[in-house]
Ligand binder design. Structure first.
Ligand code: PLP
Length: 393
């Protein structure tokens, strides 16, 4: 039996590969510290769990409208109004089975075979794969360290041609934690308008921002930019609800309506009880969100200071999300490895610390460390990485 071409060309997620190896070592009795996590280490706030349980007890255990419950759409609309002063109608919102599935559905309805999507690197691993699954071609443009891993309007201008359909902006970014300023977004928006491009704005880490950084959505810069932007967001990272699978897209009615039609033939609807949980997430107290954010910020500050003292490591301090994206190319060289991938593998073998190699994010000189784990484990992990680099110099 031959698999379909689209399946054969899929590459497995590097994040999952290293996590699998770490689990294997753990199962064999090794004391492994995994810094690969892409999810908050806190449980979902109790009020959200209670709301989901109550909904089930009250009999809301049936199909919902494909695009999501009206009440949840209303809660999302209120959130956009409060946070970004953006106005959306229910027909401009679709609730999906996670932000990942919102993105997947979006690419399926906007791309024809051969259409190009500009994907800034370092990128979240699923963007290029999802574009390819929709018959599109990801065009990778590099966000350099000199420019804090961000792309420029000039780069968009160089990459854009008659086949280019959209640009992905992910701010705050996974893996780099960088945040585009309002001015930068405006300049990128101008370039997208000039070349007639849609903007896919993935804002899933919106609530996890630190220091004096602030989040601006490119959709709020002007009404004309809003018209060409599809905002992707969800409750996974903000409310520690990764397993609930609730994300959404907000954008032009024509696109949202096509996505809703597709959802009606694929998922039918996101899980009803999870939608009730998400209503509580947005309408209930936001204190737990702020508590989690504060915990992440304190870990970031402490771990960042420790990390930059490791020989051969450099790192631009992230402003958001929960990852440190460090350049480890010198550390790899110093310890006799010809790639950062090999360094990461040796570190896992010898010191039992699992980092995610940057190659999976299109950035082979870097490693990603997630600080969605306790400070004690983070400090121990840094001690081990330091020991490894000093021992093997
Ligand atoms: N976008 C980015 C940048 C992410 O890092 C993730 C999760 O890792 C997602 C989207 C998907 O989130 P969800 O759990 O809502 O599918």
């Amino acid at each position: 039996m031959e698999l379909a071409k689209r399946a054969a060309s899929l590459t497995p997620s590097t994040t999952l590969a290293i996590t699998a190896k770490a689990k294997e070592l753990k199962a064999a009795g090794h004391d492994v510290i995994g810094l690969g996590a892409g999810e908050p280490d806190f449980n979902t706030p109790q009020a959200i769990i209670n709301a989901a349980v109550t909904s089930m007890e009250d009999g809301f255990t049936k199909y919902t409208p494909s695009g999501g419950l009206k009440e949840l759409k209303d809660a999302i609309i209120e959130k956009f109004k409060n946070d970004q002063n953006l106005d959306y109608a229910p027909a401009e919102i679709i609730v999906c089975t996670g932000a990942k599935h919102a993105l997947y559905t979006l690419f399926q309805v906007i791309l024809n075979d051969g259409d190009e999507v500009i994907v800034p690197s370092p990128y979240w691993v699923s963007y290029p794969e999802q574009v390819k699954l929709a018959g599109g071609v990801p065009i990778i443009i590099e966000g350099t360290e000199e420019n804090q891993f961000k792309i420029t309007p000039e780069q968009i201008g160089h990459a854009a041609n008659s086949r280019t359909k959209a640009v992905i902006i992910n701010s705050p970014s996974n893996p780099t934690g960088m945040i585009y300023t309002e001015e930068e977004l405006k300049a990128i928006g101008d370039a997208c308008e000039k070349h007639g491009l849609l903007i896919v704005s993935d804002e899933i880490y919106e609530k996890l921002i630190y220091g004096d950084a602030s989040h601006v959505s490119i959709a709020q810069i002007s009404p004309s930019l809003k018209e060409r932007t599809i905002v992707i967001n969800g409750v996974s990272k903000s409310h520690s609800m990764t397993g609930w699978r609730i994300g959404y897209a907000a954008g032009p009615k024509k696109i949202i309506s096509a996505m809703t039609n597709l959802a009606s033939h694929s998922t039918s609807n996101p899980a009803s009880m999870a939608q009730y949980g998400a209503i509580e997430a947005y309408r209930g107290s936001q204190e737990p969100v702020e508590e989690m954010r504060k915990a992440f910020e304190s870990r970031l500050n402490e771990t960042y200071e420790q990390l930059i003292k490791i020989p051969g490591f450099t790192c631009i301090k992230p402003q958001g999300a929960f990852y440190l994206f460090a350049n480890a190319s010198e550390a790899a060289k110093m310890t006799g490895h010809n790639s950062v991938d090999a360094f990461v593998e040796a570190l896992l073998e010898e010191e039992k610390v699992a980092l995610v190699p940057g190659s999976g994010f299109g950035s082979p000189e870097h490693v990603r460390l997630s600080y969605a784990t306790s400070q004690d484990l983070l400090t121990e992990a840094i001690t081990r990485i330091k020991r490894y680099t000093e021992k093997n110099k």
